[in-house]
Design a protein. Structure first.
Length: 97
């Protein structure tokens, strides 16, 4: 492969990674919104409990799963950003050769 072909492949990969990073950011945002919804439901349930009214604690079962999903999504995003950064460095190094 020629130098230009390598650069084209790297540039194409970076563009694809930019798309993947945006998707990962949107996924993390959706998870965060879900966490907020669950937290609001938990608060309402606890308020009902304190008021002696009927309530439920179903949100407790989902809370751990959402946190684990958020941790995985954050790790995925960080991984993609790091890979993109490394490709950018390789691409810039190729420019200087």
């Amino acid at each position: 492969m020629t130098k230009n072909t390598h650069k084209e492949v790297i540039a194409s990969t970076i563009r694809h990674m930019d798309w993947e990073i945006n998707e990962a950011k949107e996924r993390l945002s959706r998870i965060a919104k879900n966490m907020v919804d669950k937290a609001n439901n938990a608060t309402q349930s606890c308020d009902l409990m304190l008021a002696g009214q009927p309530h439920h604690h179903a949100w407790v079962e989902f809370a751990g799963g959402i946190v684990n999903e958020a941790i995985a999504a954050k790790a995925n995003l960080e991984n993609l950003v790091e890979k993109r950064r490394m490709l950018q460095i390789i691409n810039e190094t190729a420019d200087n050769s």
